[in-house]
Design a protein around this ligand. Structure first.
Ligand SMILES: [Mg+2]
Length: 350
């Protein structure tokens, strides 16, 4: 429990072992689904052995593939220590990995966290405030882990000049049935979950506020600070065989749709009038903003899809076309006519 550590000697000299013990205690008390009483109604966890041994042990059900993804979050690149509350940094680190599992239609089974932190983030900020940045980071990460039934099964901790969080997610999906980027065919319809541009609009707000978030504006910055990975929606699509291809919107629809088209060897058109733009966001933010972590997927035209899945809206936004020689891969239809939708989302090293 963060904040219960009142002995200043312990706080000042907490070494790596003590920090790991603290982490392990929190995980054991909170979210590992290994229950002594057996009262949990949840199906038996694929995690057979968590933190404490040299490796975690995972056991898939017969006929399952293991889905693995890794995501790196670096201070100054993916988050700012002066803008992002530590809880949000923890939440976002895990949300990015979970969103990749959602895009494959995989059920999360375990998370692994490697943290590199400057020493000052592992000790209390002041005498009056005994909470450390690291414990608040874990608050955010473990709250989402718990909500998504994803046990933290291991990791590593090191002192580092820069705050770095690397998360590895393991998931399970029926063999050969994962949702891929490569399955879209001409004639398929194009859909998104939720609303687009909310994260970019919230980030703009956060910039203006320089990270000082008044309570009454917490809701407005939530899409950026606490994006919700669409695990339930990905599982729904996978179990019903409803989607032909899927990708999660991490970099912006203009970039992520280009990825899907490239992997499927197709083109696509998006109707701007159909886009579910987040309240307060612009068309540009909806197309290029990134970090919405919604799912973009395709389905056969005959496939009947509900208006919402597990409380999240499903919106048709366009369709898949045959690849045209020399033509742009993605076309945006607007009231002014059609134009190429160039990938203007986030790209590292560009
Ligand atoms: Mg992804």
């Amino acid at each position: 429990v963060p904040g219960k550590q009142t002995n200043p000697a312990v706080n000042r000299g907490r070494g790596e072992l003590a920090l790991i013990r603290q982490l392990r205690d929190r995980v054991a008390s909170g979210i590992v689904s290994r229950t002594a009483t057996g009262v949990a109604s949840r199906p038996r966890s694929a995690l057979r052995l968590g933190i404490g041994d040299d490796c975690a042990l995972l056991r898939l059900r017969p006929g399952e593939d293991l889905a693995v993804t890794t995501d790196l979050s670096i201070a100054g690149r993916h988050f700012r220590l002066d803008w992002h509350p530590p809880q949000a940094v923890g939440h976002r680190s895990l949300a990015r990995g979970l969103s990749d599992l959602a895009a494959m239609g995989a059920r999360p089974i375990a998370a692994f966290l490697s943290l590199g932190l400057p020493r000052e983030l592992t000790v209390p900020a002041s005498r009056r405030n005994s909470l450390t940045w690291m414990s608040l980071f874990l608050d955010g990460l473990l709250a989402l882990a718990s909500a998504q039934n994803t046990p933290l099964a291991g990791g590593d901790l090191a002192e580092s000049p820069l705050a770095v969080a690397d998360i590895v997610l393991a998931g399970a999906v029926p063999r050969g049935r994962a949702l891929l980027r490569s399955g879209a065919r001409p004639g398929d319809l194009l859909y998104v979950t939720g609303a687009l541009g909310g994260s970019a609009a919230a980030l703009e707000r956060l910039e203006k506020l320089a990270g000082k978030i008044p309570k009454k504006l917490a809701f407005a910055v939530a899409p950026h600070l606490y994006p919700q990975p669409r695990i339930a929606q990905g599982l729904w699509l996978q179990r019903r065989g409803a989607a032909t291809a899927a990708i999660d919107l991490s970099d912006g629809i203009s970039t992520d749709l280009a990825h899907l088209c490239e992997e499927s060897g197709v083109a696509a058109e998006v109707d701007a009038a159909l886009l579910p733009i987040h309240p307060g966001a612009t068309l540009d933010q909806a197309l290029n903003g990134g970090e919405d972590y919604e799912l973009l997927f395709t389905a056969r035209p005959a496939m009947r899809l509900p208006r919402s899945i597990a409380g999240v809206a499903i919106t048709r936004i366009g369709r898949i076309l045959k690849p045209g020689s020399g033509q742009p891969g993605v076309i945006l239809l607007t009231a002014q006519g059609s134009r190429a939708l160039e990938p203007h989302g986030w790209q590292h090293f560009s």
